[in-house]
Design a protein around this ligand. Structure first.
Ligand code: AMP
Length: 250
């Protein structure tokens, strides 16, 4: 079975985002970019399924600016077999990403697509669900465990009240949650080997997908600054201060 893993290049999760002076978005000039953390978990899961013998080939896909090929090389160094880069210099919204992925699914016929549950740049949490809708496939979102056997993916999902386990008939869509696994680091020999793994270069037009935005971002602002805290000497002082603020036990 072939697995498709879409990976997005995003602002590194350790970098504090700076808002552009005109409020039009986050300033991405000269900042560290990395693979979306949930996508690293998706790549790791696909590799583990291959190591267990449930998967024969892993294809990583990224849609975005040409530099997304660095993200794809990371996926190849971790253990993906080949990559598809769909270059688009402007922002591509989840619906357009899902439409492009649906076309790639048509061409590649994978048995499973594993995506991150959300990209940490725009926090949309939409692409996997939209792709499942477009393909008419079953979806197991926020997966914390995935098992493949007899044409079925058994997916344990993190829900409010605890854990839910679903059986999905393959082909299916899975989106990863944080506790699914701990992604491996690529070793130096694997980084070197990844340089010669195949990477196809495409454009949205190759798939007949119009990526013109449907959403207008009106304004992006920084979160409100926190008011400074105060240290209190003991519980009595805390209770007195709370009482002065009108907060009491009853
Ligand atoms: P989102 O719906 O934007 O929060 O993204 C959810 C998941 O969809 C991500 O974790 C990726 O697996 C995938 N995805 C979203 N945008 C892209 C993109 N431009 N290229 C590749 N994969 C993407």
């Amino acid at each position: 079975m072939k697995v498709l893993v879409p990976v997005k290049r995003v602002l590194d999760y350790n970098v504090k985002p700076r808002i552009k002076a005109d409020g039009s978005g986050v300033d991405l000039a000269n900042v560290k970019m990395s693979m979306n953390p949930f996508d690293e978990i998706a790549v790791e899961e696909a590799i583990r399924l291959k190591e267990k013998g449930a998967v024969t080939e892993i294809v990583a896909v990224s849609i975005g600016e040409a530099k997304s090929q660095e993200t794809l090389r990371t996926a190849l160094a971790m253990g993906c077999d080949r990559a598809i880069l769909v270059t688009a210099e402007s922002r591509v919204e989840p619906l357009a990403v899902a439409k492009i992925l649906a076309k790639i699914v048509e061409e590649e016929a994978p048995g499973l697509v594993i995506l991150g549950k959300q990209a940490i740049d725009d926090d949309n949490n939409q692409t996997g669900q939209m792709l499942a809708g477009l393909l008419g496939w079953a979806q197991g979102t926020f997966a914390s465990k995935v098992e493949i056997a007899d044409g079925t993916a058994t997916v344990t999902r993190e829900i409010d009240g605890g854990l839910e386990t679903d059986a999905l008939k393959l082909p299916a869509i899975v989106t990863t949650d944080l506790r699914l696994n701990e992604p491996r680091y690529a070793s130096l020999p694997n980084i070197m080997k990844a340089k010669s793994k195949p990477m196809a270069q495409k454009t949205p037009a190759d798939y007949g997908v119009d990526i013109a935005p449907r959403i207008t971002t009106l304004k992006v602002v920084e979160p409100a600054k926190r008011a400074g805290g105060t240290k209190v000497a003991d519980v009595d002082e805390l209770v007195t201060k709370l009482a002065a603020m009108g907060i009491s036990k009853s």
